[in-house]
Design a protein around this ligand. Sequence first.
Ligand SMILES: *Cc1c(COP(=O)(O)O)cnc(C)c1O
Ligand code: SF4
Length: 450
Amino acid sequence: MKYQAYARHNFHSIPSYGRLSQSQIHTIKIISEILPFKTNNYVVNELIDWDNYQEDPMFILNFPQKSMLKPAQFNALSEMVENKTSKTELAKYVNELRLSLNPHPAGQLEHNVPTLQGEKLTGIQHKYRETMLFFPTQGQTCHAYCTFCFRWPQFTGLNEMKFAMKQPNLVVSFLKDNPSITDILFTGGDPMVMKASVFEKYINAILDADLPQLKTIRIGTKSLSFWPYRYLTDPDSEQLLHIFRRITDRGIHLAFMAHVNHYRELETDAVQEATTKILGTGAQIRTQSPLLKHINDDPQVWSTMWQKQVEMGMIPYYMFVARDTGAQTYFGVTIEQAHHIFNKAYQQVSGICRTVRGPSMSAGPGKVRIAGMTEVKGEKVFVLEFLQGRDPEWVGKPFFAAYDPKAQWLDDLIPAFGESEFFFEKEYNKLLKIDKLPGPTLKTENKQYA
Ligand SMILES: *Cc1c(COP(=O)(O)O)cnc(C)c1O
Ligand code: SF4
C-alpha cells in the first residue's frame, strides 16, 4: 500500500469526500486555518466509519470539529475567510487565535533544554534523571495529525521546530556527560516518519559509542495506528525492522511506545500484522494515550482497549490527562471524571492489564497521578502522587489537594487542609531559579499571594 497524505489543500480528493456534509467541509476549511490538519489513505479508508462519521471517534481524532474554537472565534474567522480578507490581516488573526490556545504548555520551550559546553541542545529535553527525550529533525511530522495534539505548534511553524536536532554525535556527547541517563526516548512529531536510513544513522552513533549506562531505547510513535504499512509495505520497512533487531541483539531494551487512543485502532488486519512484525524483532510494545472527551471518555473503551492490547502482546503503560493546550475545551475532562473513568476501567480488567498508570498530568513539576478521591477529617480531597518528578525524591509521596469539581489540571488545584502550598512548591520554584528559567511557577502560588 502506498502512502497518500491529504491536507488542507487537497482534502477534496479524499475518496470519502462526497460523504462529508457541506457544513463539515466548511468546518475543515476554517479550523484548519488554526490547527494543522492532515490525514491519509489508511485512516480514511480503513479506520473511519463513514456511515456514522459525525460521531466516529476515528473521525473526531483526525478531522477538525467546529467546537474546537469558541463560536465567536469560529464565526469571526469564517467571515474573514469568506470575505477574502487580506492575507496579512488573516495571518494576524490566525496568529492571535493560536496564541490564545496556549501553544507551549508546561514551559516546554524554556525548560528542560540542556546545554553542552555552553551550547543549547535544542533537540534534547532532560527533565527526569533517567530519561532523555530526543527530537530528531527528520521526525517532526506525523503520518496524520491528531486534533488534540499538544505538539501542534511544531506543525504550524509556530515554534520554528525549536526542538529538533540532527547531529547524532551531540546525542552521544550528551549521554556521555550524563551517566544517570539509562533511557533515550526518540520522539516528535513521530520519529517513525524518518526514513530507515536516517534513523539508522542515529542508532549507529548510539550503538557504536557502546555506552554501558544505556539500557533502553524508546520510540514514541503513532505510526502503528496511523500508518501500520510502515512495517509492512513501505520500501524500507524491512530495513527498519532490521534496525530494531540490531538494537535488541545488542542486549538493549527496545520499547516501542505506541500511541493508541481507541480500541478501534487495533482492529484492522494491517495493524495486527504490523504488531506481529514489531514484536518479532524482540521489541516490546507499550501503549499510552490521553483521555479525551468525544473520543475515549468512557471506561468501557479503555477496558476493552487494554484487554485487546494485552491479547496482541502489548503492555498498557500510561493514561494521560489531556494537556492544557489547543482544543482543550473540546477534549478536556475534569480531574474528577478522569479519576472515575480510570478507576472504573481499571476495576473491570484482570491484573495483567493493570500495568497501566494514570490518570497522569504531565505538568511543570512532574507527572502527577490522580490516585484517588477521599475524605480526611470531613474534608473532601484529591489524593495525588508523582509518577515522575523534577526532583526524584518527590516520586511516590502521596499529597492532597482540595476537592474541586471543575478542576481540569494541576494548576487549577490548591492544597487541602488550608495549607499554603504543596510540599514540593518551594523546591520547584528554587529549581526553576537555579536553571535561570523565567516562570511559570504554579498558578496556585499566584492564587494565594496575588
Ligand atoms: C513521560 C516523560 C518521560 C518518561 O517518563 P517515564 O515515567 O520513564 O515513562 C521522560 N521525559 C519527559 C519530559 C516526560 O514527560
Ligand atoms: S501522533 Fe502525536 S505528535 Fe503526531 S499529531 Fe498525534 S499527538 Fe501529535
